[in-house]
Write a protein that binds this ligand. Structure first.
Ligand code: ING
Length: 312
């Protein structure tokens, strides 16, 4: 197929489990293998999951800070991640990478967008931190993102890259319509996101297995359609240190249609041709925000965090 000049061939690079003691080098080798495959498949862009360099460490309660900090990157690229930047630039492939960022004494669940020349052109820090801040010893596993990470302080930026307007978010962010709308109001054409999502045990305990997929797909498909943008959702999947995490890697068009999806719970590259011009129709019609939105009626959305019930 002749590529339109705004066609981006995307590789959603799903990861299987990362062991608690798996080294950065071992993980980067897996990322490089997926990057090699993306090169063979003619990809322009590769999207890796949330916290793609380590196991999902908020699953455990750690007593002291240096135990926690061994999961964080204080430099990006660092020695272990430099090979990823080098090979991607050699291939002329951009990539999105999720990692735990230690910066100026703050700790973020972050991701970066690196362009085809190997330059970091964008960074996002996760705003919606799910789970709990205190140790819950009674639980099968913890979900201590509120303890280990600071709330992201960069807002929801977008960047002109890959021939279009690109945005990022992370995992729980994908469940909140505000996330997509903030980027939609900046003209976003492709939102890249990674996630680590338990298949049956969200932070509050067991749920029927079919709901994980329903809520994953529903959240991302509606975000795509309601903001006329591509959404690339990439899982860290499989049984990671005893915790079954869902797959469900998806490439979703601005119509809300799933155009490609993951099949396994392992390292897997899911590829699709994404024409950024496919956003134009809905941005100019049903979701022509300037023409149809009434922001003076939406005050509650930014006035309050919680519910304001009507008088009894
Ligand atoms: N994980 C999960 C997510 O939002 C979760 C937490 C699971 C919330 C299931 C609700 C339901 O996908 C992360 N890391 O945010």
């Amino acid at each position: 197929m002749a590529k339109s000049n705004r066609m981006v061939t995307v590789g959603a690079a799903q990861l299987g489990p990362i062991g608690l003691n798996e080294s950065r080098g071992e993980v980067v080798d897996r990322l490089l293998t997926l990057l090699d495959r993306a090169h063979e498949r003619g990809c322009d862009l590769v999207v890796f999951p949330e916290l793609a360099l380590t196991t999902f460490f908020p699953r455990w309660y750690f007593e002291d800070q240096e135990q926690i900090d061994r999961f964080f990157e204080s430099a990006m690229p660092g020695n272990e991640t430099q090979p990823l930047f080098d090979r991607a630039a050699e291939y002329g492939i951009g990539f999105c990478l999720g990692f735990a960022e230690l910066a100026e004494g703050k700790r973020y669940n972050a991701c970066i967008l690196v362009d085809k020349s190997g330059e970091i052109v964008g960074k996002y820090r996760k705003v919606h931190l799910p789970g709990h801040a205190d140790h819950k010893p009674e639980r099968k596993w913890q979900h201590l993102e509120k303890a280990y990470f600071d709330v992201g302080d960069l807002g929801f930026p977008v960047w002109r890259a890959m021939g279009g307007i690109m945005g990022m978010c992370i995992c729980n962010d994908r469940r909140w319509p505000e996330t997509y709308r903030m980027m939609g109001l900046q003209g976003v054409e492709m939102i890249m996101l990674g996630y680590n999502t338990p298949a049956t045990e969200p932070p509050w305990g067991f749920e029927p297995t079919h709901l994980a997929s329903l809520h994953n797909n529903l959240s991302m498909q509606s975000g795509a359609y309601q903001n006329a943008t591509w959404v690339i959702g990439v899982a860290k999947a499989g049984r990671e240190e005893g915790c079954d995490m869902m797959g469900g890697t998806l490439i979703i068009a601005p119509t809300g249609e799933i155009v490609a999806q993951g099949r396994t719970l392992d390292d897997e590259l899911v590829v699709a041709d994404c024409d950024l011009d496919a956003c134009n129709h809905y941005k100019n019609t049903v979701f022509n925000f300037a023409e149809h939105r009434q922001p003076d009626q939406y005050g509650l959305i930014t006035e309050t965090a919680g519910v304001k019930l009507p008088p009894e």
